[in-house]
Design a protein around this ligand. Structure first.
Ligand code: GN1
Ligand code: MG
Length: 361
């Protein structure tokens, strides 16, 4: 990649002197850039496999960051989002052999893969809960759907069935069906219940809000010293959605006792203490959630975990085209780990509901 040519188009403070791979994202390619004036930036090539209309995605991001920055200015506080660096002609991206964008690097912040303390997780709950409530008056109809049906679990199952049929017909991929036999059965056995939230969204029983939709813990930057919220990052999938998507993905990732791709399934559980810490923080930050929305939060956690398990399985059956993998079978390992979490949530279902009920005002 000719990064000098690409970076030259952006209004940077100084001349770039280094550009190195950075971070743990599974979709975009991310680099840390340093300039001769000691300034740092994040350069990303946005995945066109995932995002079919990158200019529309960038329009969402500038719209949302400008909105939140204006709100913070009016309240005399700091915005918790980072807007894009523009090019000399005012664009938020450069098109070369792909789409590239730049954001200032957030100095003195850390991104965490697991909460070290309850306070870390509480801070993430407040980060994402506030994100939703701050965007409650955002003109949602102006947002582009950067990935159509992103958290439509019913549609995710439809795509899974298609991948299964493709794999059956492809001698190179067919052995993967045998390899993933148990996981395919696990998914099929839960297909009917996987659509409940989607139905409730379509019927209007649960309100559509502007949501982040990719609320892994490592998409929150905490202050390195105080460990308080600095920024919510990765705004690629900000779209109309359910609060349950954001809540659910955070529980899936952050309340798990193991990493997302842990192979030793005996280590994988949904920690009920962390579940409670997060739920309390989320409900207090997103204070206009209805009783019905709160009541359905456990189903959000379970549905989003099952949905991602099915997405990993689909990608495995498809020959690993969507998620970046580090070894053959990585997507299947991720799928098994997520399914183990679902199993554990099913075991703890009554307890999850009890905790949530105890937190309703
Ligand atoms: C992807 O790229 P990253 O790490 O932000 C994915 C999420 C998954 C996550 C699983 C656009 O997120 O939906 O939950 O991997 N993002 C997209 O780690 O598909
Ligand atoms: Mg992302």
């Amino acid at each position: 990649m000719d990064y000098e040519k690409i970076l030259a188009e952006f209004e940077l403070d100084g001349k770039p002197v280094s550009c190195d791979t950075f971070g743990n994202g599974l979709i975009n390619n991310t680099f840390l850039v340093t300039t001769d004036r000691g300034k740092k930036y994040i350069l990303q090539r946005v995945s066109e496999e995932a995002f079919k209309d990158v200019p529309a995605l960038m329009e969402n991001i500038s719209g949302v960051t400008e909105f939140l920055e204006a709100k913070a200015r009016a309240e005399g506080t700091e915005a918790h989002v980072i807007g894009p660096v523009r090019t000399a002609d005012g664009s938020t991206f450069v098109r070369e052999d792909g789409y590239f964008r730049v954001t200032p690097f957030a100095e003195n912040t850390i991104s965490i893969e697991a909460p070290e303390t309850d306070d870390d997780f509480h801070e993430c709950a407040v980060a994402f809960g506030t994100f939703i409530s701050d965007l409650a008056d955002y003109p949602a109809e102006t947002l582009h759907e950067t990935i159509p049906n992103f958290h439509n679990t019913v549609d995710r199952f439809r795509i899974f069935h298609e991948a299964l049929e493709r794999a059956e017909a492809d001698p190179e991929l067919a052995p993967r069906i045998e390899e993933a036999k148990h996981e395919i059965d696990f998914a099929l056995g839960r297909e009917s219940e996987a659509g409940i939230l989607q139905e409730m969204r379509e019927s209007g029983e649960l309100p559509t809000r502007v949501t982040h939709n990719d609320t892994k813990l490592n998409n929150v930057l905490l202050d390195a010293k105080t460990r308080k919220l600095r920024y919510v990052i990765d705004l690629d999938t900000v779209m109309p959605g359910l609060a349950h998507y954001d809540y659910g993905d955070c529980i899936r990732f952050g309340a798990s006792t193991a990493s997302e791709d842990e192979k030793d399934l005996s280590k994988v559980e949904c920690d009920m203490h962390l579940f409670e810490v997060f739920t309390r923080g989320f409900i207090s930050a997103c204070s206009d959630l209805s009783d019905r929305e709160i009541e359905m939060l456990p189903l959000g956690a379970k549905t989003i975990t099952l949905e991602l398990a099915v997405r990993f399985l689909t990608d495995y059956l498809d020959g690993d085209r969507y998620f970046a993998t580090k070894y053959p079978g990585h997507n299947l390992a991720r799928c098994r780990c997520q399914m183990q979490l679902v199993r554990d949530m099913e075991k703890k279902w009554d307890e999850m509901n009890r905790i949530v009920a105890s937190l309703v005002k």
